[in-house]
Design a protein around this ligand. Structure first.
Ligand SMILES: Cc1cc2nc3c(=O)[nH]c(=O)nc-3n(C[C@H](O)[C@H](O)[C@H](O)COP(=O)(O)OP(=O)(O)OC[C@H]3O[C@@H](n4cnc5c(N)ncnc54)[C@H](O)[C@@H]3O)c2cc1C
Ligand SMILES: NC(=O)c1ccc[n+]([C@@H]2O[C@H](COP(=O)([O-])OP(=O)(O)OC[C@H]3O[C@@H](n4cnc5c(N)ncnc54)[C@H](O)[C@@H]3O)[C@@H](O)[C@H]2O)c1
Length: 449
């Protein structure tokens, strides 16, 4: 290798969704870049997160939609063929990473399939000892599941393992009451497994509106998911082909597969040895509002590994775009994540954007709440939806939407309209008077404001 082979305008470590947007921005400005990943190219969202998960959720929704109409025009619900479902999902994944890699290479990116470590302010060392340098280093190293440290934790799996299960276990236990446990629990129960979910406090799905969470809990329990609150596992023991999970209240759960989803921690293996002068803490790489390291101006950190924003694919994408722009233009664009819609793909879906009721109260805002259950609306009745709710916060002075919280079919789609209304300041009266195509889930929002 010559010096010109080992020096770049920018090196991106990680090839996930944040890296994709950063690289795309830099390539448009003809920058010479390298992307390094120790795993197959593509990252979590495409290969081990959002996309493969949605295959399982789509199947669960098809089954649940039919189940909800049994006796109301449907005679028998379909059953999941887990193997065929996995085959469909794997068909999507097959060759995806190789295609990504090829496409980067065709765009002139130099790619390395290696673990990288920062060994100087502008220097990266690969695990085969090659050294690379760049004017800018973009750390896009994502996150990893929080490890479980209890006796028998070697029997506990992570989300990747659930997504690639060749056979569906008879009974599955999920540890943690967040996004992953709830989504997977809904997918598993509809596919025919028995499911227990353990959550350590009284209220799971932290950060979501408590009234909406109550509806999700009722719907989850009605679907057959056993939800144990104020329960944590203290040990796991193998017994024949199954496992015994003992909990804090001396409960014993006999189960066939255990998944821990107790949050994800920033993946900081790239900073091993701490020789790159990059400050970091438990929330990730410390960055300013421009996503630049607070201690090394050559370094930007984006996506799940940065201590700025939620661990969501959309946030990671935006980080990638912003970092590229700030590298090209010199810190012109701060992160602005006041409006980030998000959804938990349970059945029904839980979705949220903007302020919660508690946050609006804490800010002393003068607002009204439109709150209700749409289960008697035709749009719910015709699909047999018995668990649904909405809560919309509207500023009394400006008539603008402050926050919207939904549990309903299509809530993940509808929340995006509320997000657009918040971001572009569309008053509630304009939403109510708009000619939404009818009858649709979105035309229902007239009745929610
Ligand atoms: C099961 C699951 C479901 C999800 N569903 C959703 C969803 O529906 N919607 C949503 O918005 N978000 C979802 N998320 C979150 C979303 O996937 C992440 O926020 C997003 O993928 C983060 O992207 P990233 O670019 O920061 O990191 P990643 O995509 O994780 O990429 C990081 C890459 O860096 C590489 N790397 C790390 N360290 C090194 C090193 N030292 N050397 C070389 N390479 C290294 C890794 O191998 C990895 O490929 C989900 C996550 C999970 C786990
Ligand atoms: N639909 C989506 O957008 C989506 C889907 C899946 C994952 N994600 C992203 O991935 C992240 C990780 O998902 P997750 O479900 O693992 O995390 P989470 O943060 O959503 O939930 C973690 C849960 O584990 C509990 N917990 C934390 N530490 C614990 C401990 N030591 N013992 C027992 N319980 C503990 C928490 O109280 C919480 O209920 C999410 O925060 C989210 O950012 C997003």
């Amino acid at each position: 290798m010559t010096i010109s082979d080992t020096h770049f305008d920018a090196i991106i470590i990680g090839s996930g969704t944040s890296a994709y947007y950063a690289a795309t921005g830099l390539l448009k400005a003809n920058r010479r870049i390298a992307i390094i990943d120790e795993l197959p190219f593509g990252g979590t969202c495409a290969l081990r997160g959002c996309q493969p998960k949605k295959y399982l959720i789509a199947n669960a929704e098809a089954v649940a939609n039919a189940q909800h109409l049994i006796g109301k025009g449907i005679e028998a619900a379909p059953r999941t063929d887990w193997k065929a479902l996995q085959a469909l999902k794997n068909e999507f994944l097959e060759g995806r990473s190789e295609e990504d890699l090829k496409s980067w290479q065709e765009d002139g990116v130099t790619t390395f399939r290696h673990r990288a470590t920062l060994t100087g302010p502008n220097e990266v060392t690969l695990d085969d000892a090659r050294k690379l340098t760049a004017n800018h280093l973009i750390l896009a190293t994502g996150s990893s599941p929080r490890p479980t440290d209890i006796p028998g934790s070697e029997h506990i799996h992570i989300s990747d393992d659930f997504l690639s299960l060749a056979e569906l276990p008879k009974h599955i236990t999920f540890i943690g009451g967040g996004y992953i446990s709830f989504e997977f629990a809904h997918a598993a129960i509809r596919a025919g497994a028995q499911v227990t979910l353990l959550h350590r406090s009284t209220r799971p799905l932290n950060g979501f509106d408590p009234d909406m969470v109550d509806v999700v809990l009722a719907a989850s329990r009605e679907a057959g998911i056993e939800i144990l609150l104020e329960e944590e596992p203290v040990s796991v023991e193998k017994t024949g082909a199954s496992y015994l999970v003992k909990t804090t209240t001396a409960h014993t759960i006999e189960t066939d597969f255990i998944v821990s989803a107790t949050g994800r921690l920033p993946n900081l293996s790239v900073l091993k040895g701490d020789t790159g002068n990059v400050a970091h803490g438990p929330k990730g790489i410390e960055v300013n509002d421009y996503l630049q390291s607070t201690t090394n101006s050559a370094v930007y950190a984006i996506g799940d590994c940065a201590s700025h924003g939620l661990m969501l694919a959309t946030v990671a994408d935006d980080h990638g775009k912003i970092a590229a722009r700030n590298i090209l233009e010199g810190n012109t664009t701060p992160v602005d994540h006041r409006v980030v819609p998000s959804a938990v793909f349970t059945i029904p879906t839980l979705a949220t954007v903007g302020l919660t009721e508690d946050q609006a109260k804490a800010q002393g805002l003068d607002f009204r709440i439109k709150h209700g259950s749409p289960t008697a609306w035709p749009s719910s009745k015709r699909i047999g939806e018995t668990h649904a709710a909405f809560k919309v916060l509207i500023d009394n002075k400006t008539d603008l939407i402050l926050g919207a919280h939904l549990v309903r079919h299509n809530a993940a789609e509808v929340i995006n309209l509320f997000a657009l209304a918040i971001a572009y300041k569309v008053p509630a009266k304009d939403i109510a008077n708009f000619l939404w195509a009818y009858p649709t889930s979105t035309s229902d929002i007239k009745s929610m404001v």
